[in-house]
Design a protein around this ligand. Sequence first.
Ligand SMILES: [Fe+2]
Length: 261
Amino acid sequence: MDHAESERITSWFVEYTNRYVISDPANYEAYELKIAHSLRVKENCSAIAASLNLNEEERMIAEVIGLLHDTGRFEQFRRYHTFLDGKSENHAELGAAVLRETGILSDLEGDTQEIILKGVSYHNRLRLPDGELRRVNLFCRLIRDADKIDILGVVTDYYESTKKSDFIELSLPDEPVYSEEILNDLFKNGLVDMTKMKTLNDFKLLQLGWVYDLNFPAAARKIKEKRYLERIRLTLPKSGQIDELLKRLNAHLDELIQRCL
Ligand SMILES: [Fe+2]
């Protein structure tokens, strides 16, 4: 991929997403939310790529994956009026299908196309599939970190505000309780089954647990610097168990930063 190709894809994304804003003005906020998210994730990808000393072409590939990772959100919202994959369809697979159908990547080299399509398809999976090439894995891990950093920032600001948005709360009830089951999953292996979520607090705990799925020190450093974990914790009920969870999550972040020094 060269600069001209990266610019062509960026222009396509701007034009493609604008079409949704224009044709469905009543829901422009939903589309704008995803456009702004995509642009920030692109920047996060760029920063992580730089921290890993990737070369210029690799940095551009990472940025393109960041920009395109939520391509499916636009068609998902237009068709189903929700961002809930469970109530519609998998937005990552949908995005990869849109990219294939439009042929926007078809001028790129075969392995670059594969990396971008897999980065988009796998970005929301609970776990990355085994057996992928090292290079594919690198970019998949990169987009997953870049995406999580931005979502943690968005939800932290949101939980601290008095705003209400169904897009962010996934229509979960905001009650002053949380599920022991979710907390136990986090203490056991860090992975939480989304279907177990009953309240908004459960969703906050699940989001805190994303820390266990981070791959790169640059992402861990950013989360510490912005104090996302502590700030989300302040919006949860008082609980010794949650305090203990926070300690473990912070220790995990420190270990990730140290491991790669
Ligand atoms: Fe996504």
